[in-house]
Design a protein around this ligand. Structure first.
Ligand code: GLN
Length: 197
């Protein structure tokens, strides 16, 4: 499957690597032609205000919103989750959301950069033990629409959700490691299964 990784800003490289290891065909998305060619998309972590602005200046915001409405499978991590939400609380006034999943999110909800943390997560649909969640100025989900499944929570706040073929995580799955120190690709694998379902 040709999986796009939106590559305007943020944590792109390790997502590309993860999909290569899993045998998918990842491609970095910076322009409309490439966006049109992918069968699934990852929106990485980074800075949601910047990615929102770059999506607009690259002429990608509206075409991406249309593809998402048409059912393009998408995984949004951290800033990507913010961009896919219906509404962002504590956003910048000019920040836009793609409204691909019926949740409201709060930016930097767990605190500032120094409050970044790691947590062992039980994620619904991910087998074989806890997943190492790396949270960097992470958002959490403030409102959960009725059609949305919560897959994981931290301190009572949803940090992984799924609605149809839209998967969002407040943490960075591309930074997760297994006990033996290798990359833990279970969330990427889950997304590939979802995207091809
Ligand atoms: N706090 C960032 C934002 O608002 C997200 C941080 C991240 O993606 N690691 O976009």
């Amino acid at each position: 499957m040709k999986v796009g990784v939106l590559a305007l800003q943020g944590a792109v490289a390790l997502h590309v690597e993860a999909f290569e290891v899993l045998g998918a065909a990842p491609v970095e998305v910076r322009c409309l032609d490439t966006l049109d060619s992918v069968a699934a998309l990852v929106m990485p972590g980074g800075e949601s205000t910047t990615i929102s602005r770059l999506l607009t200046t690259a002429g990608l915001f509206d075409p991406l919103a249309r593809r998402l409405r048409e059912g393009l499978p998408v995984m949004g991590t951290c800033a990507g989750m913010i961009l896919l939400a219906s509404r962002v609380l504590d956003g910048r006034p000019d920040q836009r959301c793609l409204d691909a999943i019926d949740i409201d999110v709060r930016r930097n909800a767990f605190g500032r950069q120094v409050d970044s943390f790691e947590a062992a997560l039980a994620i619904d649909g991910i087998e074989d033990g806890p997943f190492h969640g790396v949270f960097i100025r992470a958002p959490y989900v403030d409102r959960i629409g009725s059609g949305v499944d919560v897959l994981a929570s931290v301190a009572g706040h949803a940090v992984a959700c799924q609605q149809g073929r839209v998967l969002v995580t407040a943490f960075h799955p591309e930074l997760a490691t297994t006990a033996s120190g290798g990359g833990d690709l279970r969330v990427h694998e889950h997304f590939l299964n979802l995207a091809s379902s």
